[in-house]
Design a protein around this ligand. Structure first.
Ligand SMILES: [Zn+2]
Length: 97
């Protein structure tokens, strides 16, 4: 990942969000030739999964495989969480017979 060049003002902003413990502060930055890395220490696999889940969900991708979801749920008008393939394999199991 390429570091993001920041100026003094951006650095101050970064410190502010860091103080608040905002996760958006994490990243790799370059300030006056110095590399600053902010990342979660010992993040658990659940946290990593949740992050991936959220990222895929926001991008409208299947949360299982990352494939683009094309169909919308007619009830909610929102895109499904899963692609066609995973919707079939997952939903059918849960459906009462
Ligand atoms: Zn899928």
């Amino acid at each position: 990942m390429e570091p993001k060049k920041i100026n003094a003002k951006a650095l101050e902003k970064l410190l502010e969000s860091l103080k608040k413990g905002e996760e958006s502060a994490s990243g790799i930055y370059l300030y006056k030739g110095l590399r600053i890395q902010i990342s979660k220490y010992k993040s658990t696999s659940t946290e990593r999964y949740m992050k991936l889940y959220r990222k895929r969900r926001e991008a409208g991708l299947c949360i299982r495989c990352g494939e683009k979801v094309k169909d919308k749920n007619p009830r909610t008008g929102k895109l499904y969480r899963l692609c066609n393939h995973h919707r079939e394999t997952t939903d059918k199991k849960n459906r009462p017979k």
